[in-house]
Design a protein around this ligand. Structure first.
Ligand code: PLP
Length: 395
């Protein structure tokens, strides 16, 4: 099989697996225990926090380990919102194409009386700093804009947005789940107050992530219980997962530039190949996108059938986010960048990793061309388009 669904999740690296096995086998203590076996686990936890902090450009005490990206997003946003409320500020700015972990948390806050502004997204899939500047109000307490989009891969100007927020004394959170391990992160340099990441998007284990919160920002607990994570996230720490994440993050950051170069080359080859298909459209800016993201809409076909037939040909792909697959609603991200329903339904997301080869890309281009052609040949909509009964939307 050719795995091209790395935005949904990645295969664990050998280093991450070996690290986890070691900590499962040898360091099984509870970090809160006072005896030596527990203290060995506590030392590992201390070491992981320092190493994660170093890679993000922050201090160890600014890192909280969570169960993944979703929990980190929830905790970051709720914390900033409740700090704002205490100061009489209840307005939050975000964007229409965030991950559901962000959007659903904002829905919840809206029901609690917060005012939410969701910025519309340009067709390029990039939020302009000016949009944020224009939306800022005296009662704004939080701006949350993702670093890179999970469906169309576009990279946001977070440093500039962070600077605008800093000048106005507004907290800035970024969901960096797709960016971590793939794009450079330096929370100080990029003016970030809160940042979420998740290990399984950079060849680490699933079910573990981290939240960076600049010192002085008081976190709200989501999980109540013991005093782990400075009392901000109860539950016995998952040491094997934390160590596996740390090892995977170090590995990804260490090879970031060479990986990006190789993957970008494959990405552009894939984009060039798929662009030859008539009535096809690349989603999002061609350059300002993650090295591994390719997202297309094909007119006259249905994404789900495309995925199933590609699977038969040995290619694992996605129509968008894992959360929307299986439902009939088109992706909120594609609608946000202005794709109409019919077009958004014909979407295909192919996301690469450093394990993919040039041969795989060549095979995939061929496979997608064949499947799109076949699906169009049996589609009544396509017949109407070709006969001129209906007008093409993608020229
Ligand atoms: C995957 C993803 C998440 C959720 O992370 P989990 O660790 O799976 O909870 C959040 N935001 C973005 C942008 C993602 O891609």
């Amino acid at each position: 099989m050719i795995y091209l669904d790395n935005a949904a999740t990645t295969k664990m690296s050998r280093t991450a697996i070996d690290t986890m096995l070691f900590y499962m086998d040898q360091v099984y203590g509870n970090p809160s225990s006072l005896h030596s076996i527990g203290q060995k686990a506590n030392e590992a936890l201390y070491d992981a926090r320092a190493r994660m902090a170093k890679l993000l450009g922050c201090e160890a005490r600014e890192i909280t380990f969570t169960s993944g990206g979703s929990e980190a997003d929830n905790q970051a946003i709720l914390s900033a919102a409740y700090i704002g409320k205490k100061n009489g500020k209840t307005h939050i700015i975000s964007t229409a194409f965030e991950h559901h972990a962000v959007l659903h948390t904002l829905n919840k806050l809206e029901k609690e009386g917060f005012k939410i502004t969701l910025l519309p997204v340009e067709e390029t899939g990039i939020i302009l700093p000016k949009q944020v500047a224009d939306a800022l109000r005296p009662d704004t307490c939080l701006v949350t804009v993702m670093y890179a989009n999970n469906e169309i891969g576009t990279i946001q100007p977070i440093k500039e947005i962070g600077q605008l927020c800093r000048e106005k004394g507004v907290l800035f959170h970024t969901d960096a789940v797709q960016a971590a391990g793939h794009l450079g992160i330096d929370v100080k340099e990029q003016n970030i107050d809160l940042l979420s990441l998740s290990a399984h998007k950079f060849h680490g284990p699933k079910g573990i992530g981290a939240l960076y919160a600049r010192k002085g920002i008081r976190l709200t607990n989501i999980i109540e219980g013991g005093a782990q994570e400075r009392g901000k996230r109860a539950g016995t720490e998952n040491i094997p997962a934390i160590m596996g994440m740390t090892a995977a993050f170090e590995e990804a950051c260490c090879h970031m530039n060479e990986n990006a170069e190789r993957i970008t080359f494959l990405r552009d080859k894939l984009i060039a190949g798929l662009s030859q298909i008539p009535h096809a459209l690349l989603n999002g800016d061609a350059q300002k996108r993650l090295p591994g993201n390719v997202s297309f809409c094909f007119e006259g076909i249905e994404g789900e059938s495309l995925l199933l037939l590609l699977d038969d040909k040995g290619v694992c792909a996605s129509s968008g986010s894992a959360c929307t697959s299986g439902s009939l609603d088109p992706s909120h991200v594609l609608l946000a960048i202005g794709r109409v329903h019919d077009i958004a339904h014909g979407s295909l997301r192919l996301t690469l990793s450093d394990e993919n080869t040039e041969e795989e890309i060549e095979y995939t281009v061929k496979a997608v061309k064949e499947v799109v052609e076949y699906l169009r040949s049996i589609s009544p909509i396509w017949r109407d388009l070709v006969s001129g009964k209906k007008e093409f939307i993608i020229k």
